[in-house]
Design a protein around this ligand. Structure first.
Ligand code: FAD
Length: 814
């Protein structure tokens, strides 16, 4: 038997090696267009970045050794030009000698791979623009880096390979910009998961442009990419990484059937429409194990396994390649990003029923050093619980969790199976309930109706619909950030403050990750609240979706800083302390820091190390709000290390800019003063300033709804409430009130002069994102309930106002 193989890398070389093991007598001829065979193209980004030092390390086995070991005729620099199925032969060109000849076959194997897509746009042929498919491409890029020493690189396309290249060029010291057509990186993932990657890219100072595309390259003033938005990005080097297409021209011209998605069609034995011809790898269309639909999955693990199956079948076996969940994993700086099975957007597109859970467990027991947080999203079928897919992002332990879930997805197991899996556990490696078990358990709770959930993308609609957001975290956690308008009742106080929670509104409990909120939800349901939902994934997940996702224009000024940002030199003196907050999830590190500061003196320097990257954001706002001086925040070995000096010194934001925010304390409930306060607030907002209005004591009346709201109040609260004006329409003037005539007169004059009413001023303020904060303490004192206030008001403690005041250059008391 003579077997001819086209393509000598992942699929082709695997087929040849297995063939020889099965049949010592078969004649095997392997054609490869390139210079080398059997190399690891997956390692290419890391050799470019110098992480894999030696080029030879990428070559699994050289041509001569392969030929000897597997008794195979390896012909490199040989391109197959045509297949003659009738005569069972292929036409080959020897690219070195430039001669053509025919080679007959009994069985033919196609493993020609996929080619990187090039954009048909002006300027694309500039020699500074590269694609990456093989070692030759890699060599060209490495040579260019050595010869021209480019300083700035542009990556077009933020898929797995694009981001690997971005990281490696950054590692070499280049400034790296990434442009992506979609509104997120790694489009295989769902948006909220990609949002975590956006934040990581931002902290690494990768310039990130989303929802934009290159429409041409211009070389008039150095190489420049012109984007659809009109933005121009200068770059010394461009890598196109916008996806691969199956290489099918040989198959197509030979009349082999091509699938719906443009890959070579194969059956489960990997035979093409001609049973004498097999095909595998990136060139083929295979079956998606979740959606049962055709899929193009250009992954090395599939190609390698398929090689074994093809060889088995050629040698008379009956091996099947059933389907794939498309499990993929990549390293993006300090993060590991992995996916298996279907994403939510794919399930939606296919119209398949699904439910989802989020969890944020640690990579191993939090009490053992070095635990890193991870974000897990599990998708399952609500009818029966079949596991449909998962996405995991974290720094450690992501690979083993995704692999366990991948196995379950592929074997069509369900969430009950996930919950009962017995997995290896000792503190350095995992937790007694592994994240995989927990994902199953949370899904089961959801199926049983014990944990009805709402999701991050529903929050704006829920707020509009009047839902009551109940934040059950501690006051400190709440002060570090919360869903706008959420009311803070810490978990420990819920049972004694049930009267503060409305029974006639939808209640959404939220905490950091969804766990404490689930406990609160259970308490509320057992006290008769029947319209309660948990914000799945908690504030942490919600927050990453609401942050700025791009990192636009960071290289336009002089900003070229990489990891370490020195904010302020410490004042002299002071003792030095270190705190290890590894394993704690945000805001755990901040809380540990806050507690430890209690016995420190002003001027002492504290260094905190945490494994949760969220510390990077939290510590900046926390220091600004508390008057401690942030000295530096840096990444070190996947950890965040921050240094601060205890004190009361004002910290300027990064870049040293003087703050321009405005804060107004509204104490009065007089109409004229309220108008003045809102005129100033709207004016400042229109100048692009952040404005916070803190309503306390009588000022709270301005925010009351005009209509009567039934709430539970005791006698004193009722009396007090009835004596105060209910809402802006009932406010009196501070002077010339004339038994109520004054306010009417002033409103009449305002109408005549075409000046907006106070009510319009208030709604303009809300629309301009002026933050209206009602003082929690005075509300409690005066018996004003949350539901009596107009929409768009946040109920907070004085810390919210003080935090805003830290960043303000104007602070008015009205
Ligand atoms: P290839 O391995 O591409 O081999 C096809 C070969 O066929 C080519 O060498 C080509 O020259 C040759 N050929 C084509 N036509 C002819 C012809 N007419 N005559 C002769 N020879 C021909 N996958 C992962 O799973 N994980 C990763 O981390 C990963 N990282 C990657 C990083 C990079 C930079 C790249 C480029 C790919 C990566 N992949 C990764 C994808 C993986 O490399 C491919 O899925 C896999 O190599 C596909 O195997 P294949 O045999 O189908 O094609």
């Amino acid at each position: 038997m003579k077997v001819v193989i086209i393509g000598g890398v992942a699929g082709g070389a695997s087929t040849a090696a297995r063939l020889r093991r099965l049949d010592e007598k078969a004649q095997v001829v392997m054609f490869e267009r390139g210079n080398e065979i059997s190399y690891a193209n997956c390692g290419i980004p890391y050799h470019i970045g110098g992480v894999i030092k030696e080029r030879d390390q990428l070559v699994v086995i050289g041509e001569e050794d392969f030929a000897k070991l597997f008794n195979t005729e390896v012909r490199t620099n040989s391109e197959v030009l045509e297949i003659d199925r009738a005569k069972k032969k292929v036409r080959v060109r020897d690219l070195k000698k430039n001669v053509e000849y025919d080679e007959s076959y009994d069985k033919l194997v196609l493993s020609p791979g996929g080619y990187p897509i090039r954009l048909p746009i002006p300027g694309i042929d500039d020699p500074r623009i590269f694609t990456i498919r093989n070692l030759d491409d890699m060599d060209r890029i490495k040579q260019d880096l050595a010869d021209r020493r480019p300083k700035k690189a542009l990556i077009v396309g933020a898929g797995f390979i694009g981001l690997e290249i971005a990281e490696n060029l950054h590692h070499l010291g280049l400034m790296v910009s990434v442009v992506e057509l979609a509104g997120q990186v790694m489009n295989l993932l769902d948006f909220e998961m990609a949002a975590a990657i956006h934040q990581q890219l931002k902290t690494k100072k990768i310039e990130l442009y989303l929802s934009d595309a290159v429409k041409e390259f211009s070389a008039s003033q150095g190489l420049e990419a012109v984007l659809q938005s009109g933005r121009r990005i200068k770059a010394d080097l461009v890598i196109l990484s916008i996806g691969v297409k199956p290489e099918i021209h040989l198959a197509k011209e030979a009349g082999l059937e091509i699938g719906l998605l443009g890959g070579i069609k194969v059956n489960s034995k990997l035979q093409t429409s001609d049973p004498e011809i097999y095909a595998l790898g990136d060139a083929t269309e295979i079956k998606d194990s979740v959606c049962n639909c055709p899929a193009l999955i250009p992954l090395a693990n599939s190609a390698n396994k398929q090689g074994r199956i093809v060889a088995d079948n050629i040698c008379g076996g009956d091996s099947k390649y059933d389907s794939t969940p498309g499990t993929a994993i990549a390293k993006v700086f300090d993060l590991t990003v992995a996916i298996t099975g279907a994403s939510e957007k794919k399930l939606k597109k296919m119209g398949l029923p699904y439910a989802k859970v989020y969890l944020q467990p640690s990579s191993h027991a939090g009490y053992y050093p070095g635990a890193f947080p991870m974000l897990v999203k599990l998708l399952y079928d609500p009818n029966g619980g079949r596991a449909l897919g998962a996405q995991i992002i974290g720094s450690d332990g992501v690979d083993k969790r995704i692999d366990v879930i991948a196995a379950m997805v592929q074997m069509k197991k369900n969430v009950y199976d996930l919950a009962r899996l017995e997995l290896a556990y000792a503190p350095p490696f995992g937790s007694a309930k592994d994240p995989v078990n927990l994902a199953g358990m949370i899904a089961i709770n959801q199926i049983n109706g014990r944990n009805p959930s709402v999701y991050w993308d529903e929050v704006p609609g829920l707020k509009k619909g009047g839902a009551f957001f109940l934040d059950v975290r501690t006051r400190l956690e709440y002060d570090l950030g919360h869903v706008e308008g959420a009311v803070n009742i810490p978990m420990g106080e819920i049972r004694s403050r049930l009267n503060d929670i409305p029974r006639d509104r939808k209640v959404v409990t939220c905490c950091n990750q969804g766990k404490t909120a689930y406990f609160a939800l259970s308490v509320l349901r057992q006290h008769g609240f029947d319209n309660v939902f948990n914000l799945a994934g908690g504030y942490k997940l919600y927050k990453i979706t609401t942050l700025e996702q791009e990192n636009v224009g960071i290289f336009e000024g002089t900003f070229i800083g990489k990891n370490d940002e020195l904010r302020q030199a410490p004042a002299s003196g002071g003792r030095f302390f270190q705190i290890d907050a590894s394993g704690l999830q945000c805001p755990g590190p901040i809380m540990k820091l806050a507690n430890s500061l209690a016995d420190k003196l002003d001027g002492d320097i504290i260094e905190i190390t945490a494994t949760d990257p969220g510390l990077k954001n939290d510590i900046t706002s926390w220091c600004a709000a508390t008057g401690n001086v942030l000295i530096s925040v840096a990444d070190a070995d996947r950890k965040v290390v921050a240094r601060l000096q205890k004190g009361t010194k004002r910290v300027l934001p990064a870049g040293g800019e003087i703050p321009h925010d405005k804060t107004i304390i509204v104490f009065s409930s007089h109409l004229d003063r309220a108008i003045a306060a809102f005129v100033i607030a709207n004016g400042a907002a229109s100048m692009g300033r952040k404005v916070t209005m803190f309503f306390t004591f009588w000022g709270l009346n301005i925010l009351r709804r005009h209509e009567r709201v039934t709430t539970k109040k005791d006698l004193f609260e009722k009396m007090f409430g009835s004596m105060m004006p209910r809402g802006s329409l009932r406010l009196q003037l501070s002077q010339l009130n004339f038994f109520g005539l004054g306010p009417k007169l002033i409103r009449f004059i305002m109408r005549r002069k075409k000046i907006d009413s106070l009510e319009n001023f208030i709604s303009s303020a809300v629309q301009s994102n002026v933050k209206l904060v009602a003082c929690q303490m005075t509300m409690d004192m005066m018996g004003i309930k949350r539901e009596e206030l107009i929409d768009g008001v946040e109920v907070s403690g004085v810390a919210a106002y003080l935090g805003a005041a830290e960043n303000a250059d104007t602070n008015l008391f009205i």
